[in-house]
Every structure is written in structure tokens, then in C-alpha cells.
Write a protein that binds this ligand. Sequence first.
Ligand code: ZN
Length: 317
Amino acid sequence: MREQLEIGGIHHLTAVTGNASGNLRFYRQVLGLRLVKRTVNQDDVSAYHLFYGDAVGNPGTEVTFFDWPNSGSNRPGAGEVATVGLRVTGQGALEWWKRRFNENGVLHTGIQQRAGVGFLPFTDPEGQRLELLDDGGGDGVPGGTPWEESAVPVEYAVRGLYSVTLTIHELAPTERVLTEILGFRRAEDQEGVCVFESGPGGPGTQVRIVVRPDQALARTGIGGVHHVAFRAADDEEHLRWQRRIAAAGLAVTQVIDRFYFRSIYFREPGGVLFEIATDGPGFATDEDPAHLGEGLALPPFLEPHRAAIEAGLHPIE
Ligand code: ZN
């Protein structure tokens, strides 16, 4: 009998910035997220890795960035996460955000409706494609805990990730991985977009797929997404995912300890890099929750190299 395993929703999203200070200004001051961890890319310690999220960076609320100023602009196309959906609650919140975007010069295309859900597409200063969606209050996986010191009032706060929209050449191979390996189910299509959900479905769980055989492959860079991570409840479940994905013949990494969570990575057949990450141990592991993200945090294996790492980073604020 097949093991019962179910993805607990979207864990985090990691994208590329070329301007860490501008990124911090936008995601903290304009979007009102909390910088929950200021660290470095563990595979490239010359680059900041900035984690934004709710009050403590709960899984499902994290949007993170590698600071790669030399990586060139993202070239949109097939094989990438094209749009990142963030959740807010209520039509009134979308109206409030539209005004805020206008006041702050944020490019947006106005409030729209899709399958009865209000949403507001916008881009960050580097062209990252995002949208705010009304999560209806109690639907989907529970939203995050807004940070009370945020520049954004709690009632309008971004409560985490709602969805990711992938652009790929061909549906079937990606659909097979989502449904037969990862346990997603196909929901009703939305205006030609295929929608997949896991667990409770709805906000926090949606993978949307746009099939575009005509598009050239995307090139990941500044203003684009590097990977999307899905949730595993604990280490035991995480290891079962690793074994299941390997058994299916996909090239998946061993479990990597990222210190704030454990990770495995594999590329789905459409070209998008997927990660599965554990819910814990979380961002308060090495910092006081009242002071998350204020200093440069390094996992223990990098701590002996702190002086050299700090010397290689430019100050941000
Ligand atoms: Zn990741």
C-alpha cells in the first residue's frame, strides 16, 4: 500500500534581487513584512539571503531573496515561477493596498476578479511579478500572525503565500509529479489556468500552471524566482519525501540542514526548481524573537568564518 504523505502547503518562495537595500525598503517598508533573518546564501556566502515573513517567519509566510547584483535581469519564459501570490483578507484590504501602491509609486494593474476571488497584480521595483489575493478570512491553511510593529496596519497585513503560478511547456509531466508523487489534486481550471491544491486546498496551497509551448525557456535572474518550497511537517515525513521522490526516478538531493529548516531539492520536469522544507525548527533558533533579523545571523558551521564573511558583505539598510 502506498504511504500516506501530503504536502502541507507552500513553505517559502525564494527570488533574486540585485539591490539588497532597495529590496529591504520595499518588502519591509512598503509591503510591511518583517525581516526575520538576515543571513548569507549557504552555498555562496558573498551573497545576502534575506528572509521576510510574518511576526516570526512562520512556514507559509516566508518570501526570501538571494542578493546577486551580477546575475543580470530575469528573462521571463517557460520553466519558472512566473507569479507569486500573497494573501490579504477582504476586498477592503485590496482597496487599501491599491491606494498604498498609488502613494508609493508601485506599478499595479488594478483590482480584478478570478473565479470569484479578488486580486491585485503588481511588480516590485525590480520587476518581480506578484499579486495580492483576498483569502476570504478562514479558507485554506491558516494565515500567518501579522507583525504588530509593521508599517502596515494589522487588518491589512500580508498573511503569507497564497499561490505560485508556473509557466511550463507541457502539462502532463509536471501534472504527474504534482499528483502522483507530491499528492496534489487537480481543482477546477480558472480561465485556461490549471489549478492544483494540497491539504485543505485554497490559500496557501495553490500551484497554478500556465501552459505555453511557444515560450522560450526562462533565464533566472534579478526580478525572477529561484525556487518554491513546499511544507513537510517534521524530519520523519521529510525523509519519506526524499525517498519517495528518489524512488520515482527524479534527481533529488540528500537532506540538507539549513539550520532554520531541513531541505531537499529537485527540478520538476517543466524546469522549475522545487524544494521541500521542514516546518521547524524556525527562525527563533538563534535569535531572540524580539530582535529577529537585526544582526547578521550565521548557522554554526559558518560562525568560525564570521569575520571574513562580514568583510565580504556591503552594509544594507
Ligand atoms: Zn528555499
